[in-house]
Design a protein around this ligand. Sequence first.
Ligand code: ADP
Length: 501
Amino acid sequence: MTQPRLLAIDQGTTSTRAVIFDARGRPLAVAQEPLRQIYPADGWVEHDPEEIWQAVLKVCRAVIAQTGGADGVAAIGITNQRETSVVWERRSGTPITNAIVWQDRRGAPLCAALREAGHEGAIQNKTGLLIDSYFSATKVQWILDNVPDARRRAEKGELAFGTIDCFLLWRLTGGKVHATDATNAARTMLYDIHAGRWDSALLDLFAVPPALLPDVRDTSGDFGETESDLFGRAIPIRALVGDQQGALVGQACFTPGMVKSTYGTGCFVLVNTGTKALPSRHRLLTTIAYRLKGATTYALEGSIFNAGTVIQWLRDQAKMLGHASESERFAAELDDAGIQQKEKGGRVYFVPAFTGLGAPHWDPHARGAILGLTRDSGIGHIVRAGLEAVCYQTCDLLTALRQDGIAVPPALRVDGGMIANRWLLQFLADVTDIPVERPVYAETTVLGAAFLAGLGGGVFASLDDIKTAWQLDFRAVPRMADETRDGLLKGWHDAVRRVKN
Ligand code: ADP
């Protein structure tokens, strides 16, 4: 008998991927399609839902063909860019306008008005979120207020709303299932994460008719099956999960206190807080990590706006790097010259506040700076300072988490494009004073979707089974003296103080 396989779909902001895994979580085939970004106005970002759907079909068909057909595919899991919103006609499945992407800021004036009117506390208590146009609520509101006839049709029950997971589920099941999972619902700003239901007061506040909304289900469970003509056979769909939560599962962070940290364009840190939804006093987000068999596990989430963007800036704007990977050599060379001593060129700090400073500083008006240059400073010092900044910012986020009641984690499980850089991982371990763990398979988001599909499809019996499928590739152990670390962090905080508005 052939081993069951799992098909994971990762619908991201810039691309759509499908990966087939074996029953031990090892990838067998991958296909990817880029996604067009549509910028209709300043601060607006849209995607074409039809383009996303066609890409999903294409990548799924490609990986199924590469691995011997649909027969061995036990289950499908979907992970997706969160918050991005689609409204479509129930009758035809046709979107009434483009998807409004999470980055889109058109809801900002609505959000400002709500903050002004004093709704922040109540919204944070119910949803765990801070009022922001990132989340779905103002995107749906905008669509209903601006697409001709949309509001009337929504009230009559002719339209459906969903995040990308939900739209894809609708299409895959031929319109039979209108559902999302708890992690995606938690990012709409319409869902009470404690009561586990759409909140009628929030629906009123954002003028969203209940008739638009999907059923909210467990993250791993029964989401119906694909239309049989799509892939040659009806395949069960057994998981939907938001991308950051997918990564938390892909990193097997199932015990309260475990942390995953993703270093891509930005950096997202999620801490499993178990059955407790911890409110944040430091403007971090309280969110749902996953819901299994009706039991909700919560997470605290913090993000750093600029991680990989630092390397992109050094490469594309400053022309100091030909390729992102060169950053490691630059940093390591200086390292050899003696990072622990005061090397020639001095201690350079790079505060990458390109778009302001996030948690825990929260200064949207701050802008970037490179400080501490001397006649001896060279490109290497600046590049290394850029990598260090990503680590210092992680420290700041961990400090905010600690102040919100999170214990020092046993390790940081890292993923994302930047973790190819071993120097970065060592410095991260050194300045956080926490071991840093890189898994063998670094594409943890899509792996998480496969794990959850396997759990829902009976390939994995429990989370413990998934834990054993997670494999360590490289572990960086802290080896910096406390005194050195304290000195470096003091210098960083001085530098941050100088760029604050
Ligand atoms: P995203 O999913 O957000 O698009 P990825 O996870 O693909 O991002 O990570 C890409 C980022 O990682 C880019 O910003 C790139 O500059 C950075 N990066 C890639 N390789 C390295 C490296 N060896 N050292 C440091 N940064 C790197």
